[in-house]
Each structure stands twice: as C-alpha cells, then as structure tokens.
Design a protein around this ligand. Structure first.
Ligand code: S3P
Length: 441
C-alpha cells in the first residue's frame, strides 16, 4: 500500500510513484453546493441536488439550513433534498455551527441579515480567526446589526432587519463577499450592486438565475466587474446535478502534470471560465489538455478533461489571474519545483487568511522537502527543475495543504508523512483512496 492511514495520529504515509494513469470523477463542487443549498432554503417547494459535495464544509451548510427550519434529506448516493420555506426562515433554537467553512458563515450572513429574528454564527478555531469585517460592513450598510469578536471575527450575532439595496465596491476580490451581498440584495428593498476590484467566481449569480431570479451585469464607473439584483424576487425550487469540483480535480491534474508518462481523464467536471484558469496554467507549464463533451447545466459548463504532460516554460500568476486561481495556488506551488520553468505568484495576500496561512504553510512544507523557495509579501518564487526528498508535512489542519503535499510527495525521493491528514474530509473525504487508485509504482 502506498498510502497508509494510521487512525491514532491521523498520519498518512505517501510513497513515491512512477506514474499517474486512469480516469475518475471528483466530488460535486463545493462552491455550487453551498449556494444551491442556501437558495433552496429560500425557494418555494422541494429542490433536489444530485452529486452534492460530500465534505464537512457543505454538511455545515446543510446543518444550518436544517436549523433554520427546512427539511433536509440526504441519501447514500450523495443526493440532497431540501424543502424550501420561501424568503422567511425560522429562528434557530441554538447558535448556527459553520464548522471550518468560511463560505457558510459569510454567505449565510447575507440571508440572516434580512430575517426578522436574531441569530448567532459560530465556527471552529480556524474559522474564528478569519476576517468577517468584509461582510459585516456591507450588511451593516444595508441595515442589519452585527456584533462580532474584535469587530472582525466569529462568533457573529446578527440582528436581522428590513434591508435596503446598496452599491458596494468591496476592497478585496472575494466571491463569498459578492454572494453574501447579492443574497442580502435578493431580500432587500430596491436594487443592490456589487462592483468587484477583480472578477471572481460567478456561481452566486448563476445559482440565483437557476432559481429564477434576475441578476444583471451593470456598468459602474471604473469597473466592468459589477452585477446587480433587485430585491423581492421569488425563487422557485431547482433540480440539478452538481458538476465535479475542479478545485478537487486540480490535485490529480497537477499530479499527472509532473510525470512524463501520465495520462488522466476526469469526467463530469466543472469548466466554468471563472474556475478553469488552472487549465491555462498547466498548459503553459507544458501539459496537453483537451476538453470534450462540454455541456451547460443551469448556466454552469461541465465536461471531460484529458491531460498528458510535456515540457513547459516559466509561469507567472499575478493580478486578476491570482484571484481566479486562489484555491489552486497551494497545489500549483507544491508541484512547481518539478516543472521545467518554475512558478512565480504575486498578489496572493488573501492566502494568509484562508483555512490556514497558506503562504507560509506551503513555504515551510516545501522547505521541509528540501525545495528552494522564496516567499515574498504576497506570493512565492519557486525555481523549476528541483529534486525533493520525502519529509514530515504539517497540514496545519487545512485540507488543501494536506492534499497539495500528498501530490508533491509522489515525485519526492523516499516516503512522506502527512500529519493531521484527516482534514481532507472538509472538501474531499475519499481523496487518498482516489489518489491511490490512479498511482502506478
Ligand atoms: C469561495 C470563494 C473563495 C474560495 C473559497 C470558496 C466561494 O474565497 O477561496 O474556497 O465559494 O465563493 P473568497 O471569496 O474569500 O476569495
């Protein structure tokens, strides 16, 4: 066995591989699953989602939706059924537990801000450190009253109110903030506009439309990244298949990219252009990628990706591209030493406030494996053509760090131990088994 779980200490041992070969489907997309579940709660009637994301993060959202009065059922095949209550939810009997999930806390806040009751949102240790001012500010401007620890952190106490629409230009490019304000805008009086500093994933807009709401691109002075919603629209229930999560597929695509003989096919994966910049980066790094059987499902593109590796050039990720790749940067950095040309990442300060400080977590783990890496204020410079050795990796209880270094470990000399690897269950409970199924030794 290449991957060994040691249940007592939650350590996974990863041995080097020769190749990565085969095909798979990845779990349903996390970003879409959160949004579908929240909007299903606000819709009239019964919604059903097949291939709903199986991780703990989306389970936190389902738990909150249930605590807000909706009937939620989940079967063993991964389908979720939610009976919506319309725009008015029920007051929760206890604090809403968001677990490790920033998406749950930030996006649900937009809905709770408009309810005629008070609610409390709590999270685990990591979530309780993450910045919430970014949603407190716009939701307060809209009329809600929100109390937080130190003005920025969970637990949040939200006193809902009748909201009014605003024009909001968030200082950070964040799809969670955009979606939170749009959800509040749906329940507010008048029109709400969000004008982002850089384009972020557009699942909030697409999901709102899929449930029957009109969301319009708007021309706001100085920015093209603006969308608007008029409050008071009624949502209808939705039946949908959630496409495979491209941020989970990223680990296998990156693993395949670093073995000269690999060949990988991933079916039914999300190809939304605001999420698929990884494919351009891997192409620049040398991979030959094709997309076939591309279809649209409720506004989202879905298809099959095939990847075969090759020789590439140095790659620089900066400015608006950084925002589009925010969840894929840890794994891109983890494979960068094995690429021909190396990688430079800039403008990625947001990585410091994810589930862990991903800038330092990546740097420390790469260094533990003997890599040369220069960490800057907001990114890294990582030369290509390096040889790494197996090492003891700290996950920092961050799912994407654990998975990124399981991938790097495949190309290192000797065994790698990934500590606290159980955190992969936040987004991908079967990750190590799926990886092992593709690896050749
Ligand atoms: C997400 C947006 C990103 C991403 C997170 C999911 C979303 O966060 O890192 O994993 O579903 O909107 P930010 O919006 O804070 O950048």
């Amino acid at each position: 066995m290449g991957v060994l779980m040691c249940p007592k200490v939650n350590t996974v041992a990863v041995r080097p591989a020769r190749n990565l070969l085969g095909s798979l489907r990845v779990p349903g997309d996390k970003s879409i699953s959160h949004r579908y579940a929240m909007l299903a709660a606000l819709a009239r009637g019964r919604s059903r989602f097949d291939n709903f994301a199986p991780g703990a993060d989306c389970a936190s959202t389902l738990g909150c939706v249930r605590a807000l009065g909706c009937k939620v059922e989940r079967d063993e095949k991964g389908s979720v059924v939610i009976d919506g209550l319309g725009a008015q939810l029920r007051p929760p009997a206890a604090p809403l537990d968001c677990g490790n999930s920033g998406s749950t806390m930030r996006m649900l806040s937009g809905i709770l801000a408009a309810q005629p009751f008070s609610s409390e949102l709590t999270g685990d240790e990591s979530l309780s450190r993450r910045p919430m001012k970014r949603i407190i500010e716009p939701l307060t401007q809209m009329g809600a009253e929100i109390h937080s620890a130190n003005g920025d952190c969970a637990p949040l106490r939200i006193n809902g109110a009748k909201l009014r629409g605003i024009e909001y230009a968030p200082p950070v490019a964040s799809a969670q903030v955009k979606t939170s304000v749009l959800f509040a805008g749906l329940l507010a009086e008048g029109k709400t506009t969000v004008a982002e500093p850089a384009r972020t994933r557009d699942h909030g807009e697409l999901a709102l439309r899929a449930f029957g709401a009109a969301v319009e691109p708007t021309n706001v002075e100085r920015t093209r990244n603006a969308v608007s919603i008029v409050g008071g629209q009624t949502l209808h229930a939705l039946e949908a298949f959630v496409p495979g999560d491209i941020s989970s597929a990223a680990f296998f695509l990156c693993a395949a990219a670093i073995f000269p003989e690999s060949n990988l096919v991933i079916d039914g994966v999300l190809l939304n252009p605001t999420r698929s910049a990884l494919l351009d980066v891997l192409t620049a790094m040398g991979s030959r990628i094709s997309m076939v059987r591309v279809e649209e499902s409720h506004g989202e593109l879905v298809g099959t990706i095939t990847l075969a590796p090759g020789q590439g050039r140095p790659v620089k990720i900066e400015k608006s591209l950084t925002a589009l790749l925010i969840d894929e940067l840890p794994v891109l950095a983890a494979i960068a030493p094995f690429t021909t040309g190396g990688l430079e990442v800039r403008d990625a300060g947001e990585l410091r406030v994810k589930e862990s400080d991903r800038l330092s977590a990546v740097t420390r783990n790469l260094q533990a494996m003997g890599a040369q890496v220069e960490q800057t204020d907001d990114g890294w410079r990582i030369p290509g053509g390096q040889h790494l050795h197996g090492a003891e990796i700290k996950s920092y209880d961050d799912h994407r760090i654990a998975m990124a270094f399981a991938v790097a470990a495949l190309r290192a000399d000797g065994e790698t131990l990934i500590r606290n690897a159980e955190c992969v269950a936040v987004s991908y409970p079967g990750f190590f088994e799926d990886l092992e199924g593709l690896v050749e030794r």
